[in-house]
Write a protein that binds this ligand. Structure first.
Ligand code: KG4
Ligand code: ZN
Length: 351
């Protein structure tokens, strides 16, 4: 069976065809994964402009879907189902994908499944590597989310903890903006950090111990917080400018390296704490920030030291793409959860 996935939750218009292999260990194969990125449009504004994003999705969606079918050497009649991101994300952007998918389902008679964006990120790990030993603990870390999930059975996602304020990717983007490094911040900071001394600038780590007021079912000590770190970077830069003038390129690299060391160690500390607590048989990291080079090498090193298998998506499957939505859609399809004809986008959809 082949499924067409559609993803338009933020600033990438993407369509992909994923096929079932019949192999239980590696259940899915990517036939195409077309991504039209809007990053050049939003760069000028220093971040994603929602109104521009939805307008660009409208321009791109039809061509992107046609190209995904063509690259997969298939047509609408070669498909068994359609999957679309229902949320969370920018509502105007989500609506373009949802409306397109509903129209395509109505016109072709294909069944439609609605997918949670983060379920897609989690399934990118299986799409890339095959099924994970379960239970698994997965960290989803992107521009909008920093959350830990326990995966007890395929397709089941149980929230363990999340960020109380900024997402890790958001902290990268804000620090990059502050240092005038451009948008998106993650890849630039990642590159500059390689040339810097990661102990040069003392920055704080935050440890939360009290329960989350907004989500009392979460204990709290595995939660994340990045706004304090961002403020500490801001304060350091202001003070430096006042006392010693602007940062030299070498000092910017040192600051990037120090910031990145803290972010990566906080993310991995919580991930491996949760893995121990939930007796995980494997751990994984997905989402845009999982493209980070230090996070990738440090994850593998810690996994080796603790003798627990680690999972990462390829760089192309780290950031937003429709192949992961197609994969998560196959799980939903086989669970018999079809979308109603009046499916609506949900900017704050819960997983
Ligand atoms: O998953 P994604 O494409 O979109 C969301 O769902 O948010 O993630 C985008 C985020 C951005 O904040 C970007 O700065 C960050 O991922 N990112 C990185 C790297 N590449 C992308 N962060 C750190 N290091 C990277 N190499
Ligand atoms: Zn994402």
């Amino acid at each position: 069976m082949r499924i067409l996935g559609i993803e338009t939750s933020c600033d990438e218009t993407s369509a992909a065809v994923v096929e079932e292999t019949g192999d239980a260990a590696k259940p899915w194969a990517i036939r195409s994964n077309v991504i039209a990125s809007q990053v050049e449009i939003h760069r000028e504004w220093g971040g994603v402009v929602p109104e521009l994003a939805s307008r660009q999705h409208i321009r791109d969606i039809r061509g992107v879907v046609e190209r995904a079918l063509e690259e997969a050497s298939t047509t609408w009649s070669g498909l068994g189902a359609l999957a679309v991101t229902q949320g969370p994300g920018l509502v105007g952007s989500l609506l373009v994908g949802v409306a397109f998918a509903k129209a395509a389902a109505a016109a072709t008679g294909l069944p439609l499944v609605a997918v949670h964006h983060l379920a897609g990120h989690i399934e990118s790990l299986v799409l890339q590597n095959g099924e994970m030993p379960l239970p698994a603990v997965v960290l989803v870390v992107s521009g909008g989310h920093t959350s830990l999930y326990r995966v007890g059975a395929p397709g089941s996602y149980e929230l363990i903890s999340r960020t109380r304020d900024d997402a890790a990717g958001e902290a990268y983007d804000k620090v990059a903006k502050l240092l005038d490094l451009g948008y998106p911040g993650g890849p630039v900071i990642d590159r500059l950090a390689k040339q810097g001394n990661d102990r040069a600038v003392p920055l704080p780590t935050t440890r939360l111990t009290h329960a989350d007021r907004n989500a009392p079912e979460l204990k709290g000590d595995l939660d994340f917080s990045f706004s304090g770190l961002k403020t500490a970077v801001l304060r350091y830069v202001r003070e430096h400018e006042r006392e010693r003038g602007p940062l030299s390129p070498g000092e910017v690299a040192d600051l990037c390296a120090s910031f990145q060391r803290i972010v990566v160690s906080v993310l991995l500390d919580r991930l491996f704490d949760a893995a121990r607590r939930f007796q995980a048989q494997s751990v994984g990291i997905a989402g845009g920030v999982s493209a980070n080079s230090r996070l990738r090498t440090d994850l593998e090193a810690r996994g080796r030291a603790r003798e627990i298998p680690t999972f990462l998506p390829s760089l192309r499957l780290s950031t937003d793409n429709a192949a992961m939505i197609a994969a998560a859609g196959l799980r939903r399809f086989h669970a018999g959860v079809l979308a109603p004809p009046d499916l609506n986008a949900d900017a704050a959809l819960a997983l």
